[in-house]
Design a protein around this ligand. Structure first.
Ligand SMILES: Nc1ncnc2c1ncn2[C@@H]1O[C@H](COP(=O)(O)OP(=O)(O)OP(=O)(O)O)[C@@H](O)[C@H]1O
Length: 261
């Protein structure tokens, strides 16, 4: 009887890969090393949270991954493209075509309507966003009856949902979210995080999110913990409790700069 061929293992494609990243600010005695030899990969179609104490290097890592900051050493790949070493023009194009951003402060343009804000990145790129796709994103975010409103006519939660729609409108390879719920109340936070989760589950979106909040991190598939510029833990299938326990565990184990004696 012929032997059955074993099923091929699932291929995990990485949307973002960082190898040996170093980043220091200042020089001499005032130098701060924000990233120390960080290597990490973010699987395509997964939701990853980055956590760690204040000053541990979370924003620096995200900015280096997104090409918003330069690295001193190491490489960053977005898909097959090596981001590190690209010139300004190529970097701008890569960010525009392949990366979506969601910020704590929403960063919507006040003079534009919600719909114009959502379509702006595609129009800057000189492309037309796929209307069927944009409509699906807008419907999922429950924004259909808010499209003609200016940001000041929207609540914080609605503004962040507009920012989410804007980030997804171009179908980027990865969305970087920097404390996306930092300015929101509990209910709006749950709506935004629920949408980010749904965009991963239903649309196969890749999301990398910096957060301080263990219950926000629990929406992710995985949590990467930074301390003093290094990755110190990597937790899969997090819950709010396991995130809190992990932080307690490494905060006790690692002497963190600035921690009270
Ligand atoms: N532009 C800069 N110039 C000088 N030092 C900087 C700069 N950006 C970051 N740093 C320093 O690098 C270290 C890491 O900062 P980073 O903002 O990445 O940490 P973080 O974990 O995001 O902090 P927080 O949670 O408070 O936002 C800190 O010591 C910070 O003071």
């Amino acid at each position: 009887m012929p032997l059955a061929t074993p099923p091929a293992p699932p291929i995990v494609r990485n949307a973002v890969t960082a190898s040996g990243l170093w980043r220091a600010y200042g020089s001499g005695e005032a130098q701060v090393v924000a990233l120390r030899d960080v290597s990490v990969a973010f699987a395509s179609g997964a939701f990853t949270a980055i956590m760690g104490p204040s000053g541990s290097g979370k924003s620096t890592l995200m900015h280096c991954l997104a090409g918003l900051d330069t690295t001193d050493r190491g490489t960053v790949n977005i898909g097959d493209t090596v981001l590190t070493g690209l010139g300004d023009k190529a970097l701008t194009k890569l960010r525009r075509d392949k990366i979506g951003f969601i910020f704590q402060q929403f960063n919507l343009l006040p003079t534009l309507t919600a719909e114009e804000n959502i379509l702006l990145p595609a129009s800057i790129a000189g492309a037309k966003a796929d209307p069927a796709w944009v409509n699906r994103v807008i419907a999922t975010l429950d924004l259909s009856d808010r499209l003609s409103h200016k940001p000041t006519e929207l609540s914080g939660g609605q503004q962040q949902r507009v920012a989410c729609a804007r980030a997804l409108a171009t179908r980027p390879d990865v969305v970087f979210a920097d404390e996306p719920t930092g300015n929101l109340d509990t209910r709006s936070s749950a709506e935004v995080l629920g949408f980010l989760r749904k965009s991963v589950d239903d649309f196969g979106q890749t999301i990398v999110m910096v957060t301080h909040d263990p219950s926000a991190a629990a929406y992710a598939d995985r949590v990467v913990f930074l301390a003093d510029g290094q990755i110190v833990r990597d937790l899969h299938g997090p819950t709010a409790d396991s995130v809190i326990d992990t932080m307690r565990d490494f905060e006790n184990a690692v002497p963190l700069a600035g921690k009270a004696a």
